[in-house]
Design a protein around this ligand. Structure first.
Ligand code: ADP
Length: 679
């Protein structure tokens, strides 16, 4: 009975008598009408009777179905209403266990369930039955139900708790991860759309999301700072673009002004700057280093009366003054208020500034290359000048300086040109006079030469005749010394005659009084004529003079006499500078193609190579190992002049002690004709 779910225990003898019984529960009966009776709960007697009739050797479980009229009074009211609710309908099971004789053989046990209503009968157990009694134990399912209910309830509570934990977890997840991430995403989206107002996110946790939020905040601040910096830079750039555009326009206008009149240039430039840069008054002062002062070259924006005063002003450059800063130290100036620096401004200028109403101004040196030309100043009337104004003026100053420099250079150039023109005119006059004098001198020289030559010829001819006569014995026999002297006289007279001829030829060529009478000629033929004329002189000196024969040679266009003169000069030299026993040859050929080349070669004394370059100059003064043979040194010069007149070329090859080869080449007639036809 100590066990909770045991309701009753009944011990019955073999005759069905109840030997002992105990019950913990009470049965409440109501047969439709009150009063309600309550009595301890025991099994129906019929169960015992039935069991005793059919002796069982095994326990028999019988389910006691409660009728509507009978209910079990609960053993104790449970405080748990839920348990009370579910265990309201208890089911009672009766376990009937037969008590068997110890030694008797027992009929095989039949397990069967006996329904109380069907099986109960009036018969009692026979005395032979091995069953000596029965023990009934009533067991209720309330405990089992209660345990089950507790399990179910606990499981339900656990499930609810799990669900709640899940919901809580989801909530925590949302509040700690998803929401901050969403905020981050929104913020990032706003940033991406250009919303530059930084929205600081609150880092609610210390985990990775919190770290991410903090980093994101730093990033937003950094972006914001950069944005602000960019905006400021953009503003600066915009401002500078505006300034540069203005400066560019002003520069273009200055460049386009194209003025070299300084006054007009400054007037235009200052006007342009005032219009383009928005200054009220502007002035240019020019530096006069020699006088160590500066003066107003142009001022605009002030009354004509003050302009007059300004133009009369000479600003001395003293160390403490603003002019020295600008013109000596090349420093730009931004004066916020002239009243604060009266001691640095020359008093008349200070007075002028006051009268003009100028308090604040900017001034920059005008520097071109390394030279300070002056300075440019400007003001904005009542508005104080700023660093920006100084920058603008500095930018434009170089253009203004360049324009002033150009104008100055142009004015200097004009002055110089005028001066040069005057000088040229003067020189031209002097030259014309000198030329006239020279021409006159030339004329007189030529006249002198021809007169002298002519006048010398007659006495020379007489001397030569007398000498020849005396050598021929006309005046009687001669001593050996007399013969020698007369021979020398004869030789020198011949030399003198040649010199006079050459002087006359040169004089004619020099005054361009020679004209060619051109015809088709064969140079070989002319060379033969020239050689024939000198054959006797050569044989007198025991020289062989040979003309190399040639089958055919193209003709050239030339003046017969002049060509003969060239050859006579060259052959004459060859005879003069070749010692007796030597050989002189004349060779003609067509070389190179298109030219007829003539060569006069000798085996004479030759010419030193250092003298070859100027051997064709007039009065060349070339030294010779045979000085007695030298003449006026005009023969080769005349030859070269005549060759050049024939569009030819002359040159020499010589080796001292071996001989010389004088060449001249002239174009052949056919080619000259073709060329002239072509042109
Ligand atoms: P000139 O014969 O009257 O002195 P040229 O002008 O003919 O003047 O010659 C100039 C100089 O060239 C000669 O004085 C002489 O020294 C040198 N010369 C000219 N021809 C020859 C030659 N064939 N051989 C050596 N020297 C020569």
């Amino acid at each position: 009975m100590a066990i909770d779910h045991v309701v009753y225990v009944v011990i019955t003898g073999s005759d069905g008598r109840i030997l002992d019984r105990q019950s913990k529960r009470i049965r409440r009966s109501s047969n439709g009408s009150p009063p309600v009776t309550e009595q301890p709960l025991y099994p129906d007697d019929r169960i015992s009777a039935s069991l005793l009739q059919v002796p069982l050797t095994a326990p028999l479980m019988t389910r006691l179905i409660q009728s509507a009229e009978q209910t079990l009074v609960p053993q104790e009211e449970s405080s748990d209403w839920l348990l009370s609710f579910f265990i309201r309908n208890e089911t009672l099971f009766d376990f009937a266990m037969p008590v068997l004789r110890e030694s008797s053989s027992v009929t095989p046990l039949l397990h069967r369930s006996i329904e109380l209503e069907d099986k109960i009968g009036p018969t009692l157990l026979s005395t032979t039955s091995p069953v000596v009694g029965l023990v009934h134990i009533g067991i209720t399912d309330a405990q089992a139900k209660q345990a089950l209910l507790i399990i179910v309830r606990n499981a339900s509570i656990l499930t609810v708790l799990i669900i709640a934990a899940g919901i809580l977890g989801a909530h925590v997840l949302t509040s700690r991860i998803t929401t901050p991430l969403r905020s981050l995403a929104n913020s990032a989206r706003r940033l991406a759309h250009g919303d530059d107002a930084p929205v600081r996110l609150i880092a609610s946790t210390n985990d990775e999301v919190g770290e991410l939020t903090r980093v994101f905040n730093i990033m937003i601040e950094s972006l914001h700072d950069r944005n602000q910096a960019i905006t400021m830079n953009l503003e600066t750039i915009r401002r500078q673009i505006t300034q540069l555009t203005t400066v560019h326009q002003a520069s273009a206008a200055i460049a386009g002004a194209n003025m070299f009149d300084m006054d007009q240039l400054l007037e235009t430039v200052l006007q342009l700057l005032v219009e383009n840069l928005g200054f009220s008054r502007m002035a240019v002062m020019l530096h006069h280093p020699k006088k160590n002062c500066a003066s107003f070259a142009r001022i605009i924006g002030v009354s004509p009366e003050l302009v007059e005063v300004a133009y009369r002003l000479e600003l001395p450059i003293v160390e403490s003054g603003i002019a020295a800063d600008l013109l000596i130290h090349r420093k730009p100036l931004l004066i916020h208020d002239i009243e604060t620096i009266p001691q640095r401004i020359f008093p008349p200028l200070f007075e002028l500034l006051r009268r003009s109403g100028i308090r604040s101004f900017v001034a920059v040196p005008l520097q071109s290359h390394t030279k300070i030309l002056g300075f440019l100043s400007a003001d904005r009337r009542s508005r104080p000048c700023s660093d920006e104004d100084l920058d603008i003026l500095l930018t434009i100053a170089s253009h203004v300086a360049a324009a002033i420099d150009n104008a100055k250079a142009y004015s200097d150039l004009t002055e110089l040109t005028q001066h040069l023109e005057d000088r040229i005119e003067q020189r031209t006059e002097e030259l014309s006079r000198a030329n006239a004098q020279l021409q006159d001198h030339d004329r007189r020289q030529s006249t002198f030469l021809s007169v002298v030559s002519h006048e010398l010829r007659t006495p020379m001819t007489a001397i030569r005749s007398f000498a020849e006569n005396m050598l021929d014995g006309v005046t009687g026999s001669l001593t050996e010394l007399q013969h020698t002297y007369l021979t020398r006289i004869q030789h020198n007279v011949s030399r003198l005659a040649r010199i006079i001829v050459q002087l006359l030829d040169w004089s004619r060529l020099d005054t361009k009084r020679v004209e060619l009478r051109v015809e088709a000629v064969c140079i070989h033929q002319i060379a033969t004529i020239a050689a024939d004329s000198l054959q006797m002189v050569a044989s007198e000196k025991n020289l062989s003079l040979v003309i190399d024969p040639i089958e055919s040679l193209p003709t050239i266009h030339g003046d017969r006499d002049k060509l003969e003169q060239i050859l006579v000069n060259l052959l004459g030299n060859a005879i003069k500078f070749t010692a007796p026993g030597g050989r002189i040859t004349v060779e003609c050929c067509e070389s190179p193609p298109g030219l007829v080349q003539t060569c006069v070669a000798d085996t004479g004394c030759g010419i030193d190579s250092s003298h070859l370059p100027n051997i064709f100059d007039e009065f060349s003064r070339v030294p010779s190992p045979m000085p007695a043979s030298q003449g006026a040194q005009l023969g080769l010069c005349i030859a070269k002049t005549l060759v050049t007149m024939h569009q030819g070329r002359i040159w020499v090859e010589s080796q001292p002690g071996v001989g010389s080869r004088f060449y001249f080449a002239l174009p052949i007639a056919e080619l000259q004709d073709e060329a002239s036809r072509g042109t």
